[in-house]
Ligand binder design. Structure first.
Ligand SMILES: C[S@@+](CC[C@H](N)C(=O)[O-])C[C@H]1O[C@@H](n2cnc3c(N)ncnc32)[C@H](O)[C@@H]1O
Length: 515
């Protein structure tokens, strides 16, 4: 049973081992053998070579490999019952790390509309090390403790900061795509060239599908010499061949293809203006977000890339257009597509209409829109809501407080913590522990939970498809618990609730893990 997010390095090594088992010798890679196999494809190390570099790129790999100490806590107030859709409030880097295990190769389509790196844009800055405290500071959640954050981007490292933000997120999200999955990324002229390079590197140039041009404005902008009316949507497949196979099965007519080649004539995918009007209507006349994407654009992408029960992920959710489009599309073709949205609790401007209408964070807007659309469409399913937060397990909290400890000190402390009374943080709720352990051990956020009480024991059952975890948080557990554990379920309980002999005996008969 693991309490950590997935080890990314090991996962990649496993993938490499599957392709080139012969290059592994005593667990390390024989580079010479790889060169022999690939001949001309392996570049000799030399001072000049073709690559895309910027300051901080090496740290991006560190960021990717650093495991998450965080968790996702159930946010019941904000959910609507039913269905497998998920909304997550939090920084998407931490969230993507937490999803690595349970959602590996589960997502069919990713759509993102990241900050375009305009002066007004808030570009999240990852610090190395304590990412969850960094998150709380950047989202103003530690204001009372004296930390403040600023939205200005004044360091003069504009492209660098943006690249350092986007690279690890794109890298991690690719792991979640199915082999026939596809990603669409909205962008404009400021970063399109950098984004293309980064995507070529992460996805492989050969998996570039196309760049769509989205006409975001139909009115002229007279202030400029050339009026820029469009954004881009870059499209990459995880494996282009697999994607092309499934894409052919979709109702993508020659006429539709033609429209994408020449979208300037196409008014059918909406504009920022129509999207804004739609959003204002949803929020009873209040303007909540400046530049939402249009629902028809998102629906078109969903039609191109998904089948009826696929899952769509958007980890820069903004006002939640992606969820809205998934729901409308499902209603139109009787589909059962699911959405997962991630949105930072970015503070809204105090003088904005959104703030005045009570939406202090953009994530409040996202959730409220999803709820209103569910009501408006009388939609069949609700959504589950989660919040990024500190782990429920004390070990991670302790580790965080002692960043300068040596490895030995940390190991000593980890061992100690196994024997202390408080393996949990003070405010840990049972349901949150259940989902933290479930997620880190491969159960998705739409796994169902249910309370079960027998005469002697209380359980929370967490289940999804064939996998069943039964958590028992009782303080004393005897051998008779095995009669209440369902067949093929794993029992998870506190180590200190069992005597050594009970533990041994139980292990003979049931699948047992202790915390
Ligand atoms: C351009 S907007 C997306 C608009 C969206 N497509 C729509 O139709 O409303 C980008 C969003 O990404 C969010 N964001 C920026 N950094 C983030 C991060 N690290 N994690 C999660 N969301 C983030 C911003 O708060 C912003 O709402």
């Amino acid at each position: 049973m693991t309490l950590e997010s997935k080890n990314i390095k090991n996962q990649k090594l496993e993938e490499l081992k599957n392709i080139f088992p012969e290059i592994f010798e005593d667990k390390s890679i024989n580079y010479e053998k790889l060169k022999i196999i690939l001949e001309d494809e392996v570049e000799e190390s030399k001072s000049e070579h073709y690559s895309f570099e910027w300051s901080g790129k090496k740290e991006c790999y560190k960021t990717i490999k650093t495991k998450s100490n965080a968790t996702l806590k159930v946010d019941e107030d904000r959910a609507i019952e039913g269905g497998d859709n998920v909304f997550i409030e939090g920084d998407n880097l931490e969230v993507l790390k937490l999803l690595q295990n349970a959602y590996h190769k589960k997502i069919k389509m990713i759509y993102i509309d990241p900050p375009y790196n305009k002066d007004k844009d808030f570009v999240y800055s990852d610090t190395w090390g304590d990412t969850i405290t960094n998150y709380l500071i950047q989202t103003d959640q530690l204001r009372d403790e004296g930390y403040t954050t600023s939205k200005t981007n004044s360091t003069g490292r504009r492209h660098t900061n943006w690249l350092n933000m986007i690279y690890p997120r794109l890298w991690l999200s690719r792991n979640l795509l199915k082999d026939d999955g596809v990603i669409f990324v909205s962008i404009d002229d400021d970063e399109v060239a950098n984004l293309r390079k980064v995507m070529d590197e992460i996805y492989g140039e050969e998996n570039f599908v196309t760049t769509f041009i989205w006409e975001k404005r139909t009115t002229r902008e007279n202030r400029r010499v050339f009026s820029v009316n469009h954004d881009y949507v870059l499209c990459y497949a995880k494996y282009k061949d697999s994607f092309e196979n499934i894409r052919n099965l979709l109702p993508l007519t020659a006429k539709v293809k033609e429209r994408y080649k020449n979208p300037d004539d196409d008014r059918r995918v909406g504009t920022t203006d129509t999207a804004k009007k739609e959003l204002i209507k949803i929020f009873d006349g209040n303007e909540t977000l400046d530049t939402p994407k249009s629902i028809p654009l998102l629906k078109r992408l969903i039609q191109i890339a998904t089948k009826n029960d696929d899952t769509v992920l958007d980890f820069f959710a903004g006002s939640g257009t992606t969820a809205h489009a998934v729901m409308e599309q499902n209603q139109e073709d009787n589909g059962n597509r699911k959405y997962i949205l991630v949105q930072l609790p970015e503070a809204t401007e105090q003088n904005s209409e959104a703030y005045k209408a009570g939406y202090k964070k953009i994530s409040d807007i996202t959730k409220e829109r999803i709820k209103r659309v569910i009501t408006k469409l009388d939609y069949k399913d609700g959504f589950k809501s989660y919040k990024l937060d500190n782990s429920n397990f004390q070990v991670f909290k302790e580790l965080k407080k002692r960043p300068n400890d040596s490895f030995e000190d940390i190991m000593k402390m980890l061992k100690m913590s196994v024997f202390t009374e408080n393996i949990l943080t003070q405010d840990a709720k049972h349901i949150d522990i259940v989902y933290e352990v479930g997620l880190k051990n491969g159960l998705s956020l739409s796994a169902k939970s249910e309370e079960i009480r027998t005469e002697k024991y209380s359980f929370i059952k967490l289940y999804e498809e064939q996998r069943v975890f039964m958590f028992c948080f009782d303080k004393e557990i005897q051998i008779d618990i095995q009669e209440s554990v369902l067949e093929d379920a794993k029992l998870i309980c506190f180590d200190k609730a069992l005597t050594d002999s009970t533990k041994l005996n139980l292990r003979e008969n049931i699948d047992l893990e202790t915390l």
